[in-house]
Design a protein around this ligand. Sequence first.
Ligand code: CAO
Length: 446
Amino acid sequence: MCLFSYFAVLCRKIVPFKLADIGEGIKEVNVKEWYVNVGDHVKQFDSICQVQSDKASVTITSRYDGVISKLYYEVDDVAQVGDPLVDIETDKDTEETHRPDESDDSSSSSSSSSEDEKSQPQVLKQKVLATPAVRKIAMENSIKLSDVAGTGKDGRVLKEDIMRHIQGGAPPAATPVATPTPVAVPTPAAVPAPTPARISPIPVVPAVSIPIGKDKTEPIKGVRKAMVKSMTEANSVPLFGYCDEIDVTKLVFLRESAKAVTAATGMKFSYMPFIIKATSMALHQFPILNASVDKECENITYLAAHNIGIAMDTIEGLIVPNVKNVQSLSVYEIAAELNRLHALGLEGKLSTADMTGGTFSLSNIGAIGGTYAKPVVLPPQVAIGALGKFQVLPRFDEEGNVKKTHIMNVSWSADHRVIEGATMARFSNVWKAYLENPATMTIHLR
Ligand code: CAO
């Protein structure tokens, strides 16, 4: 060994790089994806790995320059806060320049895709970009990710790309990413004549690979483990259920116009932004439904912000991010925020802030199918609504003639310890009135 390398070895030190406290009382996380391998050189702020807690997905970034000498976990393993994630062989200089305001723990950043892409080390840029969930689908279907045309940011392979690959389709032309920029409203003549809403086909879900004739037991992890906890807690709440049918014919036509107006931005404009806004407007009259109760149900807090949680079906399981301060947002702003949450949710990249602080929830199970449901309130919230699918059905008009109508069913559940059935029914009537005559929502516009 030459004198220089001998000296270099002497100066190097192996530092166990620990998983820092992520906050929100999170004690453990699932390791979702490694961005480094043993032998890789990392710099401060380079991404080390992606971890998933029951609240959010977080990118762990390095605090040192050095060489990775050990990974403590495999993908899908559970890592405890405070335990080492990796060993990094650092040199003395690096150690002295590391971020001064932190202990020896790892640093974490709530992920936003753009930040992630910037901070990912060179090794990541050379491989096919995809979330672990997408990799799993590819593996289960014996598909090489490099054979799939990725339509996500920087060529990231999305779930839709895999599905399309399975079905043998070509990738669609690139669509611009939705941003909440103001839209030039076209003249009435430019808006195409309204047509009835189209219900999207149910996507093909790839089969979970279970060997034929053999049982398979696996640990419940990540988002599904969080569901075990939250639903067990929810089960202690006595629920009151209330259902109704809403004539959404006018809303269907309004949505078509909104879609036409915003089509140029590439933003998806579903029924949800109107439904979310109508919920907030009805909550104004029933603040007890936008409230939280303490564990023993001794106190109720009426909440100022209408942070409406939206149940989202993702490959990792059910998540409920929330649109914050709906009371101050326009329908357009709600649509933009919903687009952002939906995109991040499908990528498993929602931040802790997006996932916490919800005050009331909606579950659009009708996007998948069905009419009525039995939603479960998410404590400490006190109410939730489930929406059925929009259906074209015959109904009678005021003269007794049969007319073609768009119908959506709603199923409310409320914490019956603090919410009376009559309150839920009155709230539902106000909400229904807004949705059946969406023009009435505009009289509250500022
Ligand atoms: N009936 C008919 N069509 C519906 C619909 C409904 N209830 N809800 C949505 N659609 C339509 C949309 O309008 C859209 O149509 P276009 O392509 O013409 O624009 C299409 O279906 C796709 O909508 P979307 O699902 O992408 O968007 P969304 O804003 O309506 O819903 C979300 C977003 C996240 C709520 C939904 O995708 C989802 O995940 N729903 C499932 C929720 C769930 O699992 N609940 C159960 C919780 S308890 O386990």
